[in-house]
Design a protein around this ligand. Structure first.
Ligand code: ACO
Length: 371
């Protein structure tokens, strides 16, 4: 029997990530997301996802150094980016630049595991540079050179805004990156694994994943959430706005999940961050409106906020342009995509399901002149 949307179909074995939708638990390689969000760093999580265990101090330093040293984009790629239409969607830019980078990759001809780890490292290091450089280029500013003395999150904010981020902002983004790093066979990761299972190169698999994450039912939802909050404008307008959405049978972006039937554990951290950032920047209305929306959607639909709901107000308060919200998701998820691609290569079989044929049968061909 066909399962619409492959709901609950188990399509791979994996040691990377466990999503327990009933209990609302998210585990990376055996570690609870709450512990990682509170105690770890994004760089450490990258190591954990790729190598299956927490790094020692020496290993942690090595991966951090590699992620810092590989941030720059080839000059040729920056030149090509300057030719893109300034109106290009940043996810299109990310997808296209990753495709370009495959042609400049130092290990392009090598598909061995070590080379693939180097490619994954370069991509993880370069994603923030692509996103920030594009924002600078499209706004007529010079692309800012990445700083090797900052971690990935702080360096991204520095490249984007041209100034050193404050501590709460840098820490908030680092935690957001940890929370988004992996999520089992979500749509984009599945797309990456399907591509990798043909034994195509890692850049091609990542391009497939970026295109998939872009959709509004997946990573694109966080942008729609903030657009909705901006339209609502004030906490007092929340109730009539959301009630009207219900009457018009519209989906409220940032709610519901294919797997979680209780609270998405990532939303807990993002809600807290949204509140803290609101207090720090002296504007708590985004948090207040979000709380009210959350209350109404739960009351009426029994749906919980997902990771995209509170990340919207968090990124907005970090001063990030709205159309960069989904690319930031990608800046984190590249670590999970790479982990799954490596895992797929290590124990590969072509992914090739079947379709149940529902079309007509036994038609007689009629020549063009007689139709
Ligand atoms: N608002 C209102 N109603 C909703 C919502 C929502 N956000 N989500 C689900 N529902 C309702 C549907 O209308 C449907 O109702 P019905 O049975 O009366 O027709 C029911 O709940 C089941 O919804 P489906 O869309 O069939 O659930 P599915 O598992 O296919 O989709 C999804 C999950 C795509 C996340 C869905 O909940 C949705 O569209 N949410 C909004 C978009 C969003 O926030 N996406 C981000 C997901 S997290 C991530 O990708 C990182």
């Amino acid at each position: 029997m066909v399962k619409a949307g492959l709901e609950d179909v188990v399509a791979a074995s994996s040691t990377i990530c466990d999503v327990n939708g009933k209990e609302g638990r998210l585990i990376y390689q055996g570690y609870d997301i709450h512990d990682l969000a509170q105690q770890s760093t994004f760089e450490e999580v990258v190591y954990l996802l790729w190598f299956g265990r927490l790094p020692t101090k020496v290993e942690q330093e090595a991966i951090s150094n590699e992620l810092r040293a590989n941030r720059r984009l080839p000059d040729e790629v920056l030149k090509i980016m300057r030719l893109f239409p300034k109106t290009a969607n940043p996810m299109e830019v990310l997808r296209t630049v990753v495709s370009l980078l495959s042609m400049w990759d130092l290990d392009a001809a090598d598909d061995g595991r070590e080379a693939n780890i180097r490619k994954a490292t370069r991509l993880t290091a370069q994603f923030p540079t692509i996103v920030a450089s594009w924002d600078n280029i499209r706004n007529g500013r010079q692309a800012v050179t990445p700083r090797e003395d900052l971690n990935l999150a702080a360096n991204f904010l520095y490249m984007l805004q041209g100034t050193m981020p404050d501590e709460l902002s840098a820490t908030s983004l680092d935690i957001a990156l940890i929370l988004h790093a992996d999520h089992e066979l979500n749509a984009s990761t599945f797309a990456a694994r399907v591509a990798a299972a043909t034994l195509t190169d890692i850049h091609s698999a990542v391009v497939a994943a970026i295109g998939t994450l872009k959709g509004p039912l997946h990573g694109g939802a966080n942008q729609e959430v903030i657009k909705m909050l901006i339209k609502i404008g004030e906490p007092a307008n929340v109730e009539p706005y959301i009630k009207r959405m219900f009457e018009e049978h519209k989906k409220v972006m940032g709610f519901g999940h294919r797997v979680y039937k209780t609270e998405d554990p990532r939303a807990w951290h993002l809600r807290k961050m949204s509140q803290e950032l609101g207090v720090q920047c002296g504007e708590t209305k985004w948090y207040e409106m979000s709380r009210k929306v959350e209350e109404l959607v739960f009351q009426d639909k029994g749906l919980y906020a997902n990771v995209d709901f509170y990340s919207a107000s968090v990124y907005y308060m970090l001063g990030i342009p709205i159309d960069l919200f989904t690319p930031i998701f990608a800046m984190s998820r590249i670590s999970g995509w790479a982990a799954h691609i490596l895992e797929q290569y290590a124990n590969n079989r072509l992914i090739r399901p079947r379709a149940e044929y529902m079309g007509p049968a036994n038609l007689s061909y009629v020549s063009l002149d007689n139709r």
